[in-house]
Structure formats: structure tokens, C-alpha cells
Design a protein around this ligand. Structure first.
Ligand code: AMP
Ligand code: MG
Length: 422
């Protein structure tokens, strides 16, 4: 073949063949849809976004009840009562918790009542037991009460027709309790995506198995498992796959009916064993491109029969950063979340960080409050294989494109991916 006919291999630092982080992200997000709402039992709906307003069908509480043990009375009967000149009332029945009162309260009458019991008809207040003296079937009221005293009105919390929980709200503990209080067993929510994770590489050995020379343990599977779970989605292992095109295709396709999202690591760069690329590029399902970022330059993304497929590079730090930048926001969008970003803080660097000028660099740092602001300390070298530098970190400091180096004392934007001591 004539030399001229060969397409020139783009250089790794050739800016013209790279797309920006923002463009890559926009490309991904434009293809991500929020998952259709499904009805889930309340326990399973915890942490999910409610798909639509839930309207209260009934008042909460459903009936007026007593806030004290005592006697339900007509306040006008005992307004003037004092310990020196008590007012005597006829006890005509009792109101017990969970039951309909066995009497109504007429003029000059009282019903013995327990905390939480329904207020009997005719009564408009409750005299606490310590302000009463029982004498057979009569009670002496020692202190008068104003109308409404010690009564918890019906509908005090929620009125029928009110919005009980608004659509778009994330269901956490109080919302689950409120839905249950209104009698709901289930809620219509955007479900957690089921994410099938694959690792690719002939060099990979599952943890627990002995390493022969030249092999390494598959760590990406576990990093991604954790990241998927921490995003609120449900990870499943698709297995550690050899660099074998047919094996990978078969594994991915066999999960199509249960998966909402696929993630693989390895096999997307320009090496001779680009297994992910070989498996899916020719099908036209996945685009492979270079993103002007470090780590995580080579990326693959597309839809396989409508399901998002993220082909990440294999280096462990590239995996972590790529997930943060592209996959986490996508999973949050699928779950109906509207805030897709990690919190960002502006921090003062405690040591220098650097990277290729033409790329956005994500540097591992520990970020913590310092004085009135934040400080960020680099956790070690910048090699994309150095996973321990991520394990020590809680933030990714961002060196924007066009900047090669930041020094101690410089300000930097940091994405905080967990609290300092978590
Ligand atoms: P690749 O992108 O497949 O060329 O892999 C890049 C580097 O990441 C190589 O050094 C691989 O050995 C390493 N690597 C790939 N997959 C994994 C994995 N699942 N766990 C740990 N290291 C990996
Ligand atoms: Mg590989």
C-alpha cells in the first residue's frame, strides 16, 4: 500500500482531533432520557424522584383528638372553675384511643378521654387530668380551659385536596412517612437505572484469584460498582471479559433486556486490542472520540438498541474521573434529578498541580474548610494508573484548558465528590 494512502494517526496531543469536555458531555446528555415512571412499593421508592404530585384524598389527622389525658368538656361550663370553687360535671362516658366515643357531651357533662382519642361530639376542649378530681360518676373541674384547649384539630397537618408531596421531590424519610400516613403503599417514581458493568482485558484476573506474572487484578469493576451505587443506581456485574470481540458482544447483547445502561472499561484507545471499539464501532452504535481532558482522553459513547453504552478507557483513575464527568450526571438525569452537578468550591492550592496545556486536567486533591474559605492539597502523582491517589482524595481540582500549571497559593475550582472524612 502506498504510504500516502494511509490516514495519518492523530497524535495524542493533537488538539484538532479532540473535542472539549463540555461538547463531549453535551453529546452524551442529549441522548439521555429520564426513565419512565413506575409504581414502586414505598420502601423501594426511597431515594427516588416522585414523578407527579400526590394529592391528599383525606384530612390528616382524619379526626380531632385529645392532646392530653383528662376530661372532654364544653369550655363554657367550667370557665370560672378554680381549685377553691371547682365546677362539678356529670361523667357520661369515655373516649378511648382507636375507638368511637361511647357518649356525647351535653351541657353540664364530661367524657373521660385518653391522649390521641377522638373528641366526642359536643365537647370543645379537654381539661387535663391533673386539673380534675374524680368523685364516682362526677368530676370536679379545678381549672377552667378556653375553647379548643388541648384539642388537635382534624386536618391540622394536611387538608384533603392539598398537595401531599410535590412531583419532582426526592423521596426521603419524611416523605415516605407522609405518603404512608395518607394510606399509600406505593409511589410513582423514576426508577433507579440498572447498570451492567464489564471489564475488558486479557491481563485481568478477578480479585481472590492468584496473579500470574504480567496479570493484574480487575479493580475497575469495583470502583464502578461503588460509583454507580453512590449515584443511586443499581450496578450489576457483566463479568471480566477477555479481549475477544465475540465474547464482549455476546456478553453485552445477552444483558440487553434487563439493562438500562452499559459501562465497560478498557479497549477504547488506539492500542492493538481495542476490543470495545472493534465490537461496536462497525455496528455504528458507538462513537469513539478523544476528549481534551486528563485523565480520560479516549471515550466511547452511543446507544445500543436505545440503551446508553459508555466505553471508558482502562486506566483506573481515568475510569473514576470519566464516571464523574460523564456517567454520574447521565444516571442522575435518568432518575429524574434536576441537580446533576457535584458541589464546587473555590479553594487555595497547598501545592502545585499541572497537566497538558490543551486539556482540562482533573487533579486529585483533599479539599477542606480553611479559615473563611477552602484549601486543596494534591494527593500525589498524576499518573492515571495511581488509584491510591484517588482513595486519599475527596475532590477533583480543575485546571482549565489553556493553563498548564497552578502553584501553591493559586485559586482553583474543586468538584467535591465526598466529605473529607467519609
Ligand atoms: P486499556 O484502555 O484497555 O488499554 O487499558 C489501559 C490500562 O488500564 C492498562 O494498563 C490496563 O491493564 C489497565 N486496566 C484496564 N482494565 C482494568 C481493570 N478492569 N482494572 C484495572 N486496570 C485495568
Ligand atoms: Mg485493555
Amino acid at each position: 500500500m502506498a504510504r500516502e494512502a494511509q490516514a495519518p494517526m492523530p497524535r495524542h496531543d493533537d488538539i484538532s482531533s479532540m473535542i472539549s469536555v463540555q461538547d463531549a458531555r453535551n453529546g452524551v446528555m442529549s441522548k439521555i432520557q429520564t426513565l419512565q415512571a413506575i409504581e414502586l412499593p414505598l420502601q423501594e421508592a426511597h431515594g427516588c424522584i416522585l414523578a407527579e404530585d400526590v394529592i391528599a384524598e383525606a384530612d390528616i389527622p382524619p379526626f380531632a383528638s385529645s392532646a392530653m389525658d383528662g376530661f372532654a368538656v364544653r369550655s363554657s361550663d367550667a370557665t370560672a372553675a378554680t381549685p377553691e370553687s371547682p365546677v362539678g360535671l356529670q361523667v357520661v362516658g369515655k373516649a378511648m384511643i382507636g375507638q368511637r366515643p361511647d357518649a356525647t357531651v351535653g351541657r353540664g357533662e364530661a367524657v373521660r378521654i385518653a391522649t390521641g382519642a377522638p373528641i366526642p361530639a359536643g365537647a370543645d376542649s379537654v381539661v387535663p387530668i391533673e386539673d380534675c378530681r374524680e368523685e364516682g360518676d362526677r368530676v370536679q373541674i379545678l381549672r377552667g380551659v378556653p375553647m379548643g384547649k388541648h384539642i388537635r384539630p382534624a386536618a391540622e397537618d394536611i387538608r384533603a385536596g392539598d398537595v401531599l408531596v410535590a412531583g419532582g421531590r426526592r423521596l426521603s424519610a419524611p416523605e415516605l412517612g407522609l405518603l404512608a400516613a395518607a394510606g399509600h403503599m406505593r409511589a410513582s417514581v423514576h426508577p433507579r437505572p440498572r447498570v451492567v458493568v464489564f471489564s475488558t482485558g486479557d491481563e485481568l484476573v478477578e480479585p481472590g484469584k492468584t496473579l500470574e506474572f504480567g496479570k493484574i487484578h480487575d479493580s475497575n469493576m469495583y470502583t464502578l460498582f461503588g460509583q454507580v451505587k453512590e449515584a443511586g443506581a443499581m450496578p450489576y456485574s457483566g463479568g471480566t471479559i477477555q479481549d475477544d470481540v465475540d465474547e464482549l458482544k455476546e456478553a453485552v447483547l445477552s444483558h440487553l433486556s434487563q439493562a438500562d445502561v452499559f459501562i465497560s472499561s478498557g479497549g477504547v484507545s488506539v492500542g492493538e486490542r481495542d476490543v470495545v471499539k472493534a465490537a461496536f464501532f462497525r455496528r455504528g452504535d458507538i462513537d469513539f472520540y478523544r476528549v481534551a481532558m486528563q485523565p480520560g482522553m479516549p471515550q466511547g459513547f452511543g446507544l445500543i438498541e436505545g440503551k446508553p453504552y459508555f466505553g471508558l478507557p482502562g486506566n483506573p483513575v481515568s475510569v473514576f474521573v470519566s464516571f464523574e464527568v460523564f456517567i454520574r450526571p447521565a444516571l442522575l438525569k435518568m432518575m429524574g434529578r434536576t441537580e446533576l452537578e457535584r458541589p464546587k468550591v473555590t479553594a487555595t492550592l497547598e501545592g502545585p498541580i499541572s497537566g497538558p496545556k490543551e486539556k482540562t486536567v482533573f487533579a486529585r486533591v483533599t479539599v477542606e474548610p480553611s479559615g473563611s474559605g477552602w484549601s486543596a492539597a494534591p494527593t500525589g502523582g498524576r499518573g492515571s494508573n495511581l488509584l491510591a491517589t484517588v482513595a486519599r482524595a475527596n475532590g477533583l481540582a480543575i485546571i482549565p484548558g489553556g493553563v498548564e500549571k497552578l502553584d501553591a497559593g493559586d485559586e482553583v475550582q474543586v468538584m467535591v465528590f465526598r466529605p473529607r472524612d467519609d
